[in-house]
Design a protein around this ligand. Structure first.
Ligand SMILES: [Cu+2]
Length: 603
């Protein structure tokens, strides 16, 4: 049995049934708790030529039979194992009855017409048709692949890619396991999207209660509490809005297995085990730890980093982390991946043999966002000319009128187009905003004093007694691979309106936006400012995102840059891939609502 201390939260923890893809066995009519059949390991396909077929498969993760979209009948899709230096050919057939399909190879450098984004790379794969992808493999490490069509990714089209290196790996290990985390829903994703558009906090059940109010009054006094409440009201947000789709609908999966299904990876005591973590979810961040084990992070987004030992790490949607563990002294360890909003978890076991289980920790308490998370930390200091990020939590409620800006209610002020382009803006001073944000009904908030906060573990992980990985811990094994100083800077703001569930860059939805044009071969700096109260994992296709520190120095090469609320972060891009590329938030429902741009690299 699972250990869940707080019974009132039990209803939120979905996926206590074993579940899984049960095609062809006829089991899916039987309640799964009566049939805790052991899960088959995910198929692994190796070589340079692959046949992949997108279709429908009956599944049962919650006790209710549903139809998933799968690759070769498998959820997650088969692990693809390539070799650096090979040319791979992947024939993808779409056997869906009515819908177009696609596969995008996430984080893989390839020609634009092989990238798999309908409308940019190609036309998509029509029902009954196939597309042949063929490209040279120029990198190694842990990556993944997923659909880029509609909500197919949410329905099950995602899988791991492992690329074995041409040269011997700098990391030694005896055994490896892929740990692919994802979120399953019994609902039609289109219905979820419609609900979010109608009522953006539909799935947020962590709202504060009248009891919390009186506790706050006792702790902070009536004046501060009222001010705090008014502030949140004005921001049109609930302070517990950490995720917009939650465990209320989601069952969190580890390698396609619910917690009760207990996915198990084997080890022999004394071995060095490489765990390849992939966040293949549609809309979920996970906080991962393995009680009893230190995690040595050796790669981020497929690229090796200087080894760093931690107890826990947050993995944003679409990121990957490779971790070495050396399990010993126990027969079983729980791999625990709680959702960032604490409405559920994925879990599995590392064990010396199948059938074992270690205790499963209770979910941590959900934490409130602070004013620093809103990009208003150090606002009072900023007025005095010395901004300091406020990192401790809980933060004392700030003056409700000092720290935030409601552009819809303010007179329009054209922004200075050059302000914020110099790096001094990265370390303090009032933030300027693009003119398109002002008076814009799709923008409900702006960060006044956003900070890089690369050493911030993030809301819910601060001061928890565990050593938590942050971006400032990540150092690529190599220096800036380009070497040139960026010749120009593009600043983009992540914008949104919570109530309308509208998401965009600079307040302009994809459908109304011009492409971002890059000159072939140029090295440029992209500065992102998160004006919203949610985290956004930002992914650029076709080229690397070389993250910089607070001083504009290269620190780590990634394909997905997590932007916590109230952060301002910069990275370098070498525009060395001609063509049309997708650039977007990797939260599926944010992308669908407009937080997406085309990046066009031209001669
Ligand atoms: Cu987003």
């Amino acid at each position: 049995m699972h250990t869940i201390d707080n019974p009132s939260r039990r209803t939120f923890v979905k996926g206590l049934a074993a579940g899984g893809a049960v095609a062809g066995l006829g089991l899916w009519r039987v309640p799964v708790w009566a049939q805790p059949a052991p899960r088959q390991p995910t198929t692994e396909l190796t070589g340079s030529s692959f046949e992949l077929s997108i279709g429908e498969t009956p599944v049962n993760f919650t006790g209710k039979p549903r139809i998933a979209y799968t690759v070769n009948g498998s959820l997650p899709a088969p692990v693809l194992r390539w070799r650096e230096g090979d040319t791979v050919t992947l024939r993808v057939a779409n056997t869906l009855r009515e819908e177009d399909a696609s596969i995008h190879w996430h984080g893989i450098l390839l020609p634009a017409n092989m990238d798999g984004v309908p409308g940019l790379s190609f036309h998509g794969i029509r029902p009954g048709e196939s597309y042949e992808y063929r490209f040279d493999v120029k990198q190694n490490g842990t990556y993944w692949y997923h659909s880029h069509s509609g909500f197919d990714e949410q329905k099950g089209i995602y899988g791991a890619i492992i690329i074995d290196p041409a040269e011997p790996s700098p990391v030694k290990y005896d055994r490896e396991h892929v740990i692919l985390l994802s979120d399953w829903t019994d609902e039609d994703p289109r219905r979820i999207f419609a609900k979010l558009k109608k009522q953006s906090d539909y799935f947020n059940f962590n709202k504060r209660t009248i009891g919390d109010f009186f506790r706050d009054v006792k702790e902070h006094g009536l004046g501060d509490t009222l001010a705090d409440r008014r502030m949140w009201g004005e921001m049109r947000m609930h302070p517990t809005d950490l995720a917009d789709v939650t465990g209320h609908t989601y069952t969190y999966l580890m390698n396609g297995t619910t917690p009760a299904g207990n996915w198990t990876g084997l080890f022999t005591p004394g071995e060095r085990v490489r765990l390849r973590f992939i966040n293949g979810s549609a809309q979920s961040y996970f906080d991962v730890r393995i009680p009893g084990l230190k995690l040595t992070v050796v790669a981020a987004d497929g690229q090796y980093v200087r080894p760093v030992e931690v107890d826990e790490f947050r993995i944003a949607t679409a990121e990957t982390y490779d971790v070495i563990v050396e399990p010993t002294g126990q027969e079983a360890f729980t791999i625990f991946a709680q959702s960032m909003d604490r409405t559920g978890y994925a879990a599995g076991t590392l064990a010396v043999r199948a059938g074992l289980q270690a205790p499963v920790p209770a979910l941590d308490e959900p934490q409130l966002l602070t004013m620093a998370d809103m990009g208003h930390g150090g606002i009072m200091d900023a007025h005095a000319g010395q901004a300091t990020p406020a990192k401790s939590e809980p933060a004392k409620p700030a003056d409700p009128h000092a720290g935030h800006n409601m552009p819809a209610q303010q007179p329009a002020q054209p922004a200075d187009p050059h302000a914020g382009h110099d790096m001094s803006a990265m370390s303090g001073g009032m933030q300027t905003h693009p003119a398109t944000e002002h008076g814009n009904p799709l923008v409900d908030m702006q960060a006044m004093n956003p900070m890089p906060r690369l050493d911030d573990p993030g809301v819910g992980l601060r001061g928890n007694g565990r050593r938590v990985l942050t971006y400032s811990d990540l150092r690529s094994l190599f220096d800036d691979p380009d070497g040139r100083e960026p010749a120009r800077t593009i600043e983009l703001h992540l914008t949104g309106h919570m109530e309308k569930f509208a998401w965009s860059f600079d307040g302009v939805k994809f459908s109304e936006a011009e492409p971002i044009r890059l000159k072939y071969g140029e090295r440029l700096r992209l500065v992102l400012v998160n004006d919203t109260m949610m985290s956004h994992p930002i992914h650029l296709h076709g080229m690397w995102s070389d993250l910089e520190d607070e001083h504009g120095q290269f620190i780590v090469r990634k394909h997905t840059i997590d932007m916590a609320p109230g952060t301002k972060r910069s990275y370098r891009i070498r525009a060395d891939a001609l063509g049309r590329w997708a650039f977007h938030c990797h939260l599926l429902y944010h992308m669908e609502s407009g937080m997406f741009r085309e990046v066009r690299v031209e001669e």
